[in-house]
Structure formats: C-alpha cells, structure tokens
Design a binder for this molecule. Sequence first.
Ligand SMILES: [Zn+2]
Length: 270
Amino acid sequence: MRVVFGATTVALLVIGSSLSGAAPRTNCQLRAIQDLQRLSPRGHAIYLAMKDKNQFLAFLTCDDVQLGLSTAVHESVHILTEERDAYPLIEGGSVPRAHEVSRFYPPREIAATFEQGDIYVQTYLRRGAASSADDLGYLLDELNAYSHDLAAATKLIAVHTGDERVDHRAGLAALMSFVMRYVETARRQRPTTWQGLQRASEKALVRTLWLQAEAVLTASWGIPGFGGEKYVEGLCARQNGSALAELIGQPPINPRVCAATAASGSSITK
Ligand SMILES: [Zn+2]
C-alpha cells in the first residue's frame, strides 16, 4: 500500500491492492519498462522477479511515469515478500521474515506520539487501518517497499511526466520515523519486545532493512522537491534515535543529512 501526496494540489490518494475509477491510460507501459531497465536496473529486477507481469503493470499508469513505475515497484515488493516469506533487498538477495516479531507489541501503540492528522500515521498506524498497525513484520514490509520505491523514483527523474509534484521521499522518511519510535518505545516501556529485538535474527533484520532505508534516503537528499523534511527533522533528533543506535550499533542517520536539514516546517513528533 502506498500513499501519494501531491504537493501542488494537496491531493491525497491511498493506493491499495487494486486501482479503481476511470480506466487509466496504459499506452506508455512498454516504453516505461524499457526506461526502468535503462535508468533503474534494481527496480527492473523487481519487475523481472514478478511471475505475473500484470500484477506489476496494474500499478503502472501513464499520467506520471516516474510515479507509476515507483508505485509498481513498491507494490510488487509486497507481493514478492509474501511469495518468498522474505524481504527482497535492493542490491539483490533477500532477508527472511522473522515471524517472532508478530508477538511483539503492536505498532499502533506509537500512533499517539505523532500528529493524528498525518496521512502516514492514519494509513499505517491507526487501529484497523493496515496490518502494519498490528504487526512489526508488516511495518518493516512497508519500510522495505518504500525503500525500493524511493530508490527507483530517484533514478527515474528523467521520465517524470505531468504537472504534479509528488513527495517521493515522504513515505520512506515517515516509515523510518515509525520504526525508530517503535524501537525507542520498546526500550523504554516494552521490555519483552526490547529483549526480543536483541536476538540475532531480529536484530539483523532490523539492521539490514534500516541501513538500506537510510542509504536510499541519503542518496535522495540532494534532490529538491521530494519532500519528507518534517520527518527527517525528527529522525535527526538524537533523543529519538538512541535506542535504534544501540540496537544496530551505529548512528541511525547520516550526519550529513542532518547537517543539511534546514529547520523548516514542524516535526510531526509531538
Ligand atoms: Zn506499501
């Protein structure tokens, strides 16, 4: 599931497992896949991995090819994760899902620490909204899907079409904020989950998916108009990230990103 936030129209759209409404234009698809192969080989690898190409193409509309492709990559990563019982990684290979994390405290318990009106909080943390509100495994699934999504969008600027500007970075930055807060809350208030996160497989899973996300965020940081600043501001606040730093054994955010983060806009952290 992917949230699209178009900054110019303030239009909000949550793309679920199927698209509805008027039939989208799809006559760009052949060319778009060629562009994906040329510009974003990692994103194209996700397309190739899909057994049913129509599941990828269903999300590839032509109003904004950059957005269509990055959304199709995002949704395909979810499908592959289910099929393989493992999170596909951008550089190839995958990391197995750790089903033990389903017994950890539910991510919805951190929702109250963020702005309630935030679209990402509403979509991913609100009770009953999505599996990610109930199960850390699905929150990590979203973190991984948004990592692939932003990695592709970063490479696909040349094929941006349409007038709409989309906050490609906001989704990943929001999901990183949620995972960081989840770990911080575990250390403070949820000792069973905190102990569970110390086990080798769980720690390696969080570390791998976090470092991948952080690398993608950092690579996108020089691109103007990709949004996400208010989440990154929260990610850079040291008090928010100390538990995650302890868990993964290194600073959770590249200091260069934090140094470049202007104190513009308000953090979504209360
Ligand atoms: Zn998603």
